[in-house]
Design a protein around this ligand. Structure first.
Ligand code: SF4
Length: 679
């Protein structure tokens, strides 16, 4: 067979959603490069996708046949069975659960492994809605805090396109480990720097992008609100506010400033652990920069003050009136697409009164049966809960219950899959067609399969079609083709599609979402706040209604813990969260980074193994002594699989699943306290 080149799209949980060009030789993927189909990603992709896709698709970890568990949960002992036998057993076991406990004892336990509309949640949710299974609120695990903060302040609208970064006089990357988790904004920032623009990185960890910054504000984790308040206070004092813009477009500015003024630079500097002069330097740069682009990442949302931190940070461009005309906040890109999710997932099939569970509480529900009906059947797909959930040990105990029937649908054998009763082999995104929005840019893409599904694997859509048929669901929506699903994911009649059906978007050319003027969507140019008041809401009654009275405004509470060190968990350049974690490139135990002062105080030599512990668990990691983290803070990369650990626990074991962010009931990965000692 000849060597062929095919267009494709990267589906991983990453804001960039790169367009790809895939080389296939005799049915094997031999090369993956970036393509120019999506102009924002323009032929550049990350190393992990450039190097690891052959192993991801064709490696020994790949699931190729339906499997039935024959050993204890977690042992990894399975036997091959036919698709018919697998579907029969799933049907019989789930029906037994429904007869005993009702349909809400069944739940999807899924997240965002692949990001296409179809593989993400399309036919799957039709199946669960029709079944009457418990619904799952997933945004609490990641991203929900940031999107609630954004939507509460500006509405569900796009901010500025990330392309704005390349012309900014000042780019501020706040809690954004961009080199590994938002690659293309790095390219734009570098272009801006070549033209004389400045880069400021605000992050407790000296990331690669922080090393390239003109100013790295290395604040203590969770103190973002205080830093933003101090910046607002000093900007006001410097006369930098755009009073006309505030009067016309901002609601609650005076209430916001009343809290902010309690934290002038001198006071905030001490609490944030940064020099006061750094704050004042940033004040000067923010005041003079035009255009100004702020690109917040996910890092600052993962703590008790996560929502407040983001709300306070994204207030600054509003107070300066730097919105539009090249300035803005690179957030909310996912709102630029005319999504029709209810139609895609057929939420009308869901019985009235169906409960919704919080994803990060599933471990507790499983271990303690604290809900009625208890959970007795799980479908785990697009997700690796043992590795990525907080309180890993509790989640593992929950998944180890022999009286909970678990179906796993996955590309690879993971430690979570090893706890399932029946495994169904899923196709990779190179083996099915899908439609791709992005959450980091405004380009809509479509891909066709570049190879046939390996072994007996199937696309998620077909797996749930077969499940629906086996459960006797005869409604027409369960026989919808993938093309029909695409046309139900995005409104084909929307102006932004220019008359092209979503299922017919060319695979070699992304479609840019535009405003009514056919220009890229830019907040305060062709898009305006979609809050209840139509203004930028620094005081939000809608957030208070959804998340409690304290969410009305950004706030701050002191924190106390018996453990002295703050543990943060930045992203790795080898994985996308836990995805790719089973590949050879990801098998090393990650280091624990600790400041020399903290290491000396504990008598810990560099390059030895140390114990990291708190009341939830204990992890052994090699120690790297470095000032890449400030005193009082330790850091270790998230997403490693348990196989890399001598204690069989990774740092997710140290993260509380009961602590909540101040919005979206979000998980608090970066608000973890630990102690470290000799192993
Ligand atoms: S993981 Fe992100 S940067 Fe890497 S190829 Fe995929 S979308 Fe692009």
């Amino acid at each position: 067979m000849a060597v062929e080149e095919h267009p494709s799209v990267c589906t991983f949980d990453c804001p960039d959603t790169c367009s790809l060009s895939v080389t296939v030789d005799d049915g094997r993927i031999v090369k993956v490069r970036g393509s120019d189909a999506a102009p924002f990603t323009d032929r550049v992709i990350c190393n992990k996708v450039a190097q690891d896709m052959g192993a991801f698709v064709h490696g020994p970890q790949r699931l190729l046949h339906p499997l039935r568990r024959i050993g204890p949960k977690g042992s990894g002992q399975f036997e091959s069975i036919s698709w018919d036998a697998a579907l029969d057993e799933i049907h019989d076991r789930v029906q037994a659960v429904i007869r005993r406990w009702g349909p809400q004892a069944v739940t999807p336990l899924n997240y965002a492994g692949p990001h296409g509309f179809l593989a993400g949640d399309s036919m799957s949710m039709r199946f669960f809605n029709r079944l009457g299974a418990s619904q799952m609120y997933r945004r609490s695990l990641c991203g929900g805090v940031r999107s609630e903060a954004w939507a509460g302040t500006y509405g569900a609208v796009p901010g500025c396109p990330p392309e704005f970064a390349k012309n900014a006089k000042l780019n501020v990357l706040w809690g954004n480990n961009a080199t590994v988790a938002n690659l293309h904004i790095v390219r734009a920032v570098r272009r801006a720097k070549r033209k004389g623009g400045r880069l400021v990185v605000i992050d407790p960890f000296r990331t690669k992008i922080a090393q390239q910054a003109d100013l790295h504000v290395q604040l203590l984790p969770g103190t973002d609100t205080l830093l933003a308040w101090a910046l607002a206070t000093e900007l006001e004092r410097a006369g930098a506010f755009d009073r006309a813009f505030i009067a016309a477009h901002v609601l609650g500015a005076e209430d916001f400033m009343a809290r902010a003024r309690e934290w002038p630079a001198a006071r905030a500097a001490e609490a944030c652990g940064v020099p006061e002069q750094q704050i004042m330097t940033l004040v000067g740069w923010l005041a003079e920069a035009d255009p100004l682009v702020l690109a917040p990442g996910n890092g600052l949302e993962r703590g008790r003050h996560g929502g407040s931190g983001i709300r306070a940070a994204i207030t600054l461009p509003a107070l300066l009136g730097k919105m539009g005309k090249g300035s803005g906040i690179a957030l909310g890109a996912g709102n630029s697409f005319p999504k029709t999710i209810a139609k895609l997932q057929r939420s009308d099939l869901m019985p009235a009164g169906t409960r919704t569970l919080n994803l990060i509480e599933v471990g507790r529900h499983l271990v303690s049966d604290d809900i009625d009906p208890p959970l007795r059947a799980l479908f785990i797909y697009n997700h690796n809960p043992i590795v990525v959930h907080p309180d890993q040990n509790r989640m593992r105990r929950g998944l180890a219950r022999e009286d909970v029937f678990a179906v796993g649908i996955e590309v690879a054998m993971t430690e979570s899959m090893a706890h399932c009763d029946i495994l169904l082999p899923a196709a990779t995104h190179f083996e099915y067609a899908d439609l791709y929005p992005a959450y980091g840019h405004q380009w809509l893409q479509r891909a066709e399969p570049v190879i046939a599904p390996l072994g007996e694997s199937l696309p998620n859509t077909e797996i749930f079609r077969r499940l629906a048929a086996r459960f006797g669901f005869t409604e027409a929506c369960f026989s919808a083709t993938d093309a029909e699903l695409m046309d139900e994911a995005i409104d084909p009649a929307d102006r932004r599609l220019h008359g092209v059906r979503p299922s017919c978007i060319p695979t070699d050319r992304a479609v840019q979402m535009t405003g009514p003027d056919e220009q890229p969507m830019v907040l305060f140019e062709n898009v305006f706040p979609a809050t209840p008041s139509g203004k930028i809401e620094l005081v939000s009654e809608s957030l208070a209604t959804r998340w409690g009275a304290a969410a009305r405004m950004a706030g701050w509470l002191e924190r106390h813990s018996e453990y002295p060190l703050m543990l943060i968990s930045p992203a790795s350049d080898k994985r996308i969260s836990s995805t790719l974690g089973g590949l050879p490139a990801s098998q090393r135990t990650p280091v624990l980074r600790m400041h020399p002062r903290d290491a000396a105080a504990r008598g810990l030599p560099a390059n030895t193994d140390v114990r990291v512990w708190n009341e939830l668990g204990e992890v052994n990691l090699p120690l790297e002594v470095t000032d890449a983290v400030p005193p009082g803070v330790v850091a270790s990369e998230k997403g490693t699989w348990l196989s890399t650990s001598r204690t069989g626990q990774t740092i997710s074991a140290l993260v509380s699943a009961d602590m909540r962010a101040d919005l979206a009931e979000g998980a608090c990965f970066n608000d973890t306290r630990v102690e470290v000692g000799r192993a």
